[in-house]
Write a protein that binds this ligand. Structure first.
Ligand code: CMP
Length: 140
């Protein structure tokens, strides 16, 4: 089925100047960028976005990292977009990410891991709504 997923290019990858290289991978795999914006997240933006991880031991480091510089946020649309994007990204820990994935090629650590992608349909809906009102999403 055609799905939408939320993608974030994290501060490490923005600082490395590889937004375009990552966008190329989305486009080459048939995913369409139907909304995008660059934003420097505030502490409360990051805490809200990652609220599901609030009790995890890595939460404070995660928020600190995600607010360390601007991020590029986009909605990707296409056939099985959620899985397709997760396959492109590779494992959360870049040391475990398969060769040729975004994280294997651009990430430095489990915190500075270049990209985020929604993990399920329901999550995608909530995450997209965090950043984009419906009228700023341009499908077809
Ligand atoms: P992301 O997909 O953005 O979702 C939560 C983030 O927490 C994850 O990518 C990692 O960058 C970060 N993180 C740090 N430590 C861990 C961990 N042990 N397990 C999962 N995520 C972690």
């Amino acid at each position: 089925a055609i799905e939408r997923t939320l993608s974030i290019i994290k501060p490490d990858a923005v600082a490395k100047n590889v937004i375009g290289q990552i966008y190329s991978r989305f486009e080459s795999s048939g995913l369409k960028i139907i909304a995008a914006r660059m934003i420097h997240l505030s502490q409360s933006d990051a805490e809200q976005f990652y609220a599901v991880h609030r009790e995890r031991p890595f939460f404070n480091d995660l928020v600190k990292f995600m607010t360390s510089g601007p991020v590029m946020v986009q909605v990707l649309e296409g056939e099985e977009a959620i899985k397709k994007n997760r396959d492109l990204m590779g494992a959360t820990d870049p040391r475990k990410a398969e060769t040729g994935t975004i994280r294997a090629d651009f990430a430095d650590s489990i915190d500075a891991n270049a990209v985020h992608g929604s993990d399920a349909l329901e999550t995608a809906i909530v995450e997209i709504a965090c950043f984009f009102p419906t009228l700023n999403i341009y499908s077809r």
